[in-house]
Design a protein around this ligand. Structure first.
Ligand SMILES: C[S@@+](CC[C@H](N)C(=O)[O-])C[C@H]1O[C@@H](n2cnc3c(N)ncnc32)[C@H](O)[C@@H]1O
Length: 288
């Protein structure tokens, strides 16, 4: 027990380090055990599975010190993905940085709903609005290689991460730096998918939880959280081709205003889908 409470110094073993880290992270909500294992795998440059089977394996003083620094930063709320620089999304290994949102599992629903509407051999033009590290655009391009994939993003550092993910994964996306649709031509796309910032400025989570480590630009949706959603929905009739589809991720309490905005913009056949936690997450509409 003493070992669990004392900051680790000098050489150690896999099992002792994991016990120590689990106790350090226990007060955090969520997956403290998994975080401890993922970060030890990263510190030792070994797969997580190889750690669990060999708790007695020795760990050098340098590796121990590296791990201790990672656990301290995790304890301070830095997301695991920023500590490792990696995140898996739709089975694609992505690089992330502090300039990009950490892609969330619920955003996979947005990709699912795009793929359901995209024929495997079709040549549709698909737009990812607010690409961040490129998660949505790259997942769609990976599953539908024939589509022409375009992505807009206003943050230059985020766009650099997206471009490098695309190059590393060998997936071709036209990355454009733009304030939403400003750089796009009229009626240029058949499908628009967006996971815009939708947290209200006054939401405490932006300053207290792990969200405070992620870019404000990626999260803050203005006073009511709807600012970016409003801009995207209002701009859609200009850039979406007739018969095209808009798919939006939004907060679970934003369904009604989002549907009203889409209705007023002329989008029809509105459907809202639940994420795995049973919350409204994605609303879809079509232009006539
Ligand atoms: C919630 S994040 C989504 C990132 C990524 N699509 C994902 O799902 O992981 C929203 C993204 O929109 C970008 N963004 C915010 N305002 C924007 C604007 N005015 N024009 C273009 N992109 C914007 C942010 O920089 C951020 O990358």
């Amino acid at each position: 027990m003493e070992q669990s409470l004392t900051p680790v110094a000098g050489a150690s073993s896999v099992g002792a380090l994991l016990d120590w880290a689990r106790v350090r992270l226990a007060s955090r909500r969520g997956s403290s055990g998994l975080d401890a294992e993922v970060l030890l795998g990263f510190a030792l440059d070994r797969p997580r599975s190889s750690l669990i089977g060999f708790p007695e394996r020795g760990v050098s003083a340098a590796e121990t010190a590296r791990y201790r620094r990672l656990i301290e930063r995790r304890e301070a709320g830095v997301p695991v993905a920023y500590l490792t620089g990696r995140r898996e999304f739709y089975s694609l290994p992505l690089t992330v940085s502090s300039a990009t949102l950490v892609p969330r599992p619920e955003t996979e629903l947005l990709v699912d709903k795009v793929l359901e509407r995209l024929p495997t051999d079709g040549r549709s033009v698909v737009l990812d609005a607010g690409s961040g590290c490129g998660a949505v655009a790259l997942a769609i391009k990976h599953r539908r290689p024939h589509c022409r994939m375009v992505a807009v993003e206003c943050s230059a550092p985020a766009l650099r991460v997206a471009v490098s993910n695309g190059v590393r994964l060998g997936l071709q996306v036209e990355w454009i730096r733009s304030h939403w649709f400003d750089a796009l031509a009229n009626a240029c796309c058949d499908i628009i998918a967006a996971n815009p910032p939708y947290v209200a400025t006054g939401d405490e989570a932006l300053v207290t939880g792990d969200l405070r480590h992620e870019p404000r630009l990626a999260l803050d949706g203005g006073v009511d959280g709807l600012m970016s959603l409003r801009t995207i929905i209002a701009g859609t009739p200009r850039v979406l081709a007739s018969g095209g589809t808009l798919l939006l991720e939004h907060g679970c309490d934003q369904t009604l205003p989002v549907r009203n905005l889409m209705d007023r913009a002329g989008l029809q056949g509105l459907e809202t889908y639940l994420d795995l936690a049973g919350h409204d997450r994605v609303t879809v509409g079509r232009l006539p």
